[in-house]
Design a binder for this molecule. Structure first.
Ligand code: SF4
Length: 262
C-alpha cells in the first residue's frame, strides 16, 4: 500500500524556514498544546472542518488533505528551479512533522534520491527511536527549545521537555546539523533565567549551530473559534517589551551565532 500523509498547508516561496527559497509542507498532528500556538489547525491529526465566523459569507473550509508521496513530490518539484538558484529546497513543518514519521521518512528518502535539500522543523517531542530513524535523512533540523524548567514546560505546552532535550543530544551525538529556535513568548519563555539555562544546555554542544530568536505575535484567534476550539486561557497578550537585542547579545556573548527572526 502507498504511504500517505495528511497535509494542512503548502507554503510556496517560504524564506524563513531554512536556507534559500523553499516549499514548506505543514503536516497535521501535534502532541503538544502550547498556549501560544497560532496553528491550532495543525494540532489534531485527522482532517477537520473550519466553520465560517458569524457574519462571514465564506463557506466551511476543509483542513487537511491526504497525499501520496509521489503526488506531494510533484507539487514540490514544480519550484525546483527556484531551489536550485537559491540554495533552497523543502521544509517539513507542522503541527509536529515527526508525528507522521512513516510518511516523513518516505518523503525524506525520496527527496534525497531526487537531490532536494530537506529541512525538518520540529518541537523535538518524539520517541527516541523516531528521531534516530529520521536524523540521517534530513539535511538540517530547525529545533525548537521553549522552556528548560520541566514543570513550566508541562504547564505551557502540555508535555515534559525530557524527550525534547534527549533528542537534541542524540542529534548532536550523531553529528547532524541543527539550528535552535526559541519562540520568545512574553512572560513565558523570554525570562532571563530560562534563556540562560538554554545557553547553558547548548554550550557543550557543537558550537557551529546557530540560534534564532522568534518574535511572538498573538495571531490565530479566529482559527480557534472556527475550529470550535477553546482559546488557551494563558495565551499571552501581544505586548511589546521583550528586549530581543539584550537576549541576542547574551547568546552572542556565549559564542552562538544568533539571529532575530526565523
Ligand atoms: S509545537 Fe507548534 S504546532 Fe504544536 S502546539 Fe506547539 S506551537 Fe502549536
Amino acid at each position: 500500500m502507498d504511504t500517505t500523509g495528511i497535509v494542512f498547508r503548502i507554503q510556496k516561496f517560504a524564506l524563513h524556514d531554512g536556507p534559500g527559497i523553499r516549499t514548506t509542507i505543514f503536516l497535521k498532528g501535534c502532541p503538544l498544546r502550547c498556549v501560544w500556538c497560532h496553528n491550532p489547525e495543525g494540532q489534531e491529526p485527522g482532517e477537520q472542518v473550519m466553520q465560517p465566523l458569524s457574519g462571514s459569507s465564506a463557506g466551511p473550509q476543509r483542513v487537511g488533505r491526504r497525499f501520496r508521496v509521489e503526488a506531494l513530490l510533484n507539487q514540490i518539484e514544480k519550484d525546483r528551479l527556484f531551489y536550485d538558484e537559491s540554495g533552497g529546497g523543502v521544509t517539513f513543518s507542522g503541527g509536529e512533522p515527526l508525528r507522521q514519521d512513516v510518511f516523513l521518512d518516505a518523503m525524506l528518502r525520496t527527496c534525497r534520491r531526487r537531490e532536494l535539500h530537506t529541512v525538518v522543523d520540529t518541537s523535538g517531542h518524539a520517541p527516541l527511536s523516531v528521531m534516530e530513524k529520521v536524523a540521517p535523512l534530513a539535511d538540517l533540523f530547525l529545533y525548537d527549545l521553549k522552556l528548560m524548567d520541566d514543570e513550566a514546560h508541562r504547564r505551557f505546552t502540555g508535555v515534559s521537555n525530557r524527550a525534547v532535550l534527549e533528542n537534541l543530544l542524540l542529534l548532536n551525538r550523531l553529528g547532524r546539523p541543527f539550528r535552535i529556535r526559541i519562540p520568545m513568548v512574553p512572560g513565558i519563555t523570554d525570562g532571563e533565567s530560562n534563556l540562560r539555562r538554554i545557553a547553558d544546555f547548548l554550550e557543550p554542544l557543537d558550537a557551529q549551530h546557530g540560534v534564532d530568536l522568534l518574535p511572538y505575535h498573538r495571531i490565530g484567534e479566529g482559527k480557534y473559534r472556527r475550529l470550535r476550539m477553546q482559546l488557551p486561557v494563558e495565551m499571552p497578550a501581544n505586548r511589546q517589551g521583550i528586549d530581543m537585542e539584550a537576549a541576542a547579545a547574551m547568546f552572542a556573548s556565549r559564542g552562538f551565532r544568533v539571529h532575530i527572526g526565523g
